[in-house]
Ligand binder design. Structure first.
Ligand code: MRU
Length: 344
């Protein structure tokens, strides 16, 4: 099984599988510095909200080990600088700042401790962030299974599987777990333009596990729903606002609108680390804008648009809470009104 993010045996590097190269080659790279961690997150070598958080936790630990400082104040100033730098890699998934803030709180609490104890506390914290995600994904997978039945067709968008998290994943968790238990589910994976996480990663993960998966272009979601082949939509999330508005991969809100039209339940699955009660609504969620080259050129043998044509390339969109049937976390299946169920 591919290990997407882990700490090296000597604790000096984060080892990630380069998701940009999947499914054609499985290559692992080592990240030692804040610059390397930033680069890996920005270029989606590691991606998926929980995996970004896990990588950032390990990453700030590795870079903290290399900080040379005479005093805690000097150490902490450099630590904060690196933390803010890594945090600036991508704005939408709250798990990045969530994990870095956890690491920061641990560092701040060790002001009067010797360096060895400070580093040991940081190592415990980043390992805990990873371990907790494994536990949360298992619980999300179990909870997600309660809303589907054997034989169902499930449509998913982007990739919220083991590569994006740990173990089963979030949106793919119930599908992988259900398959292990003998359920016959039929999954439709949107290819997810422009970076093709659905084609390159979701189809790869499900196919490798033996799940019945059919890859479709994003603009084919409507026809498979109209054909009656989809009984539920399962998607992940990058940030859930206090009212239930949910940022996820660009195109997710379109899937939700289609699902509403066809009367298909639309489920968001994610760990509580993705819920941001500081954001009142989706309007408060920062949306990442990315390079036009991802639309014009990437993955094509030759450019497929006029050189220099204007492009609008938001990496995420917000699905209005009114379109979401339930938000499934490790705590259970949260139903509307989300302002109340999320607060609880
Ligand atoms: O740009 P990406 O590939 O990091 O976007 C990933 C998604 O939108 C996922 O659905 C989300 O992070 C949830 S992963 C469990």
């Amino acid at each position: 099984m591919i290990k997407n993010v882990e700490l090296s045996a000597d604790g000096r590097a984060v080892i990630i599988v380069d998701q940009g190269l999947l499914p054609n080659s499985v290559e692992y790279i080592e990240l030692r510095t804040a610059e390397e961690v930033y680069d890996a997150i920005y270029h989606l070598k590691v991606r998926g909200a929980p995996a970004i958080g896990i990588c950032a936790g390990y990453g700030i630990y590795c870079s903290a080990r290399a900080i040379e400082a005479e005093t805690f104040a000097e150490f902490y100033a450099k630590f904060r600088e690196q933390k803010e730098y890594i945090n600036s890699a991508r704005p939408t998934a709250v798990n990045l700042s969530w994990a870095l803030n956890r690491m920061d709180n641990v560092a701040a609490a060790c002001a009067d401790k010797p360096r060895g104890q400070l580093l040991a506390a940081l190592e415990r914290e980043c390992r805990a962030i990873h371990q907790e995600d494994i536990t949360m994904c298992e619980a999300i997978s179990e909870n997600g299974l309660t809303v589907i039945k054997d034989g169902d067709g499930i449509l998913t968008h982007c990739n919220a599987g083991p590569l994006a998290t740990s173990r089963y994943g979030t949106a793919l968790g119930p599908l992988l777990l259900g398959h292990e238990r003998g359920m016959k589910l039929k999954v439709f994976a949107d290819e997810t333009r422009p970076l093709l996480q659905g084609a390159r990663l979701t189809a790869y993960e499900l196919d490798s596990a033996g799940v019945d998966v059919t890859l479709i272009c994003d603009n084919m979601a409507s026809i498979v729903m109209k054909n009656g082949w989809v009984q539920a939509c399962f998607v992940g999330c990058d940030r859930v606002a206090a009212n239930g508005d949910t940022a996820n991969k660009i195109g997710t809100s379109g899937v939700a609108i289609l699902a509403k039209h066809y009367g298909i339940p639309f489920y968001v699955l994610g760990p509580s680390s993705t819920i941001d009660l500081e954001c009142a609504t989706g309007a408060d969620i920062p949306i990442e804008l990315r390079e036009p080259s991802e639309i014009r050129e990437k993955f094509y043998l030759r450019p497929m648009a006029p050189k220099g044509v204007k492009c609008y390339n938001p990496a995420f969109d917000v699905t209005d809470h009114s379109l979401i049937s339930a938000i499934i976390t490790e705590r259970g299946v949260l139903r509307p009104p989300f302002a109340e169920s999320l607060a609880r």
